[in-house]
Design a binder for this molecule. Sequence first.
Ligand code: UDX
Length: 437
Amino acid sequence: MRLTVIGTGYVGAVHAACMADLGHRVLGVDTDAERIAALASGRPPFYEPGLGALLRRGVDSGRLTFAATLADAARFADTHFVCVGTPQLPGTGAADLRHVEAVVDGLAPHLGDDALVVGKSTVPVGTAGRLAVRLGGTAEVAWNPEFLREGHAVEDTLRPERVVVGVRSRAAEDRLRALYAPLLREGPPFVPFIATDTATAELVKVASNSFLATKISFINAMAEICDATGADVLTLARALGADPRIGPRFLAPGLGFGGSCLPKDIRAFAARAEELGLAESVGILREADAVNTRQRRRVVDLAERLTGGHLAGRHVAVLGAAFKPLSDDVRDSPALAVAEAVRGRGAHVRVHDPEAVDNARAAHPQLSYALDVAKACEDADVVLHLTEWPQYRELDPRALAAVVRRPALVDARNALDAHAWRAAGWTLCAPGRPRLP
Ligand code: UDX
């Protein structure tokens, strides 16, 4: 089958490469010539394991090509996936639909009767219906949310847990089912193809992310209770997660969520619901957001406690800049928010990250950066472990104790071996674990 992917950012680049790998002929469309050139030579413009190989395979086979205009897109195929960004508007946090609308308006004059415009961007419920009106009946609109996680995007796309499509006709449903047929397994693990109306499909995405965000904030709220009562949140999370109705995933207590999706999506969803007069229904999301923001401050307070109540003039080593491990993405990174807050209290901050230093430097030029952990920790009064990269678990606490000024560590992700660090002479603190030495 032939299809286009309009917008080759994170979601679009992955979708285009994966669809080509399934055997479809794919045209990626983007106005950014530099990005197109990188993708066409098999270089992903961001860090994503496995994507480079997939891109090269698609390009070499001739199934994956790129172009710059919407007229090219309309000539190439009848099925168009819209993967442009929906950033957060200042103030209410509502989604900015400017890019999605520009694509739809730009495509409209070129589309034939058989065209299907499939939105993948995360949008407020009701958007597909409004875009259909905007298209004026020339083409049909469908919605097909993605659920991919950064760092696992290829695997999440090629081995999905479900495929959800919101459609307005049987023909659109059949076309999308045929497109995804190679991914829909009948045997275990069964991959359901859930066809529904566009409003439900739009909601599935924001409701999923809202649930995940709420789950994380729930355990972080419990961490606050643990801190006040002497209980241990890691043991609590393990015991809660053993109940299959709860499950252990997204129950890791610590610095909380960040990135380009969870924070933005819950705010946009809450703003949309408030617009519909349903503020009460999403009060839980405003609360999840508040709990999440509070965790950043709590980690800064822990750092301050370990430096005897004064961060001003202290040297602080920050391990981690990406919003999560296996990613170079620093958008709404809790780690960098903490680094900035610590700097705001007068500390000298040196940041290390295995992949995200370039992006961090561009977004936060006022922070200092180090290319290896030992350099970041040199003469530090306190070390803050803020993004749980696997390599930080392999660090030798004894070797690091020799380079810092004081062996004091905040494990904000509750991910390091507290016993090993303590045995090497470190003083440790971690959110929700008040009885650490
Ligand atoms: C998320 C959703 O998982 C994905 O389905 C959606 O399509 C996009 O948003 P992503 O932003 O890539 O994906 O990251 P994810 O792995 O979900 O982590 C989000 C944030 O939550 C990270 O900052 C992570 O550190 C944090 N997190 C996750 C926790 O603090 N605790 C946890 O237990 C799990």
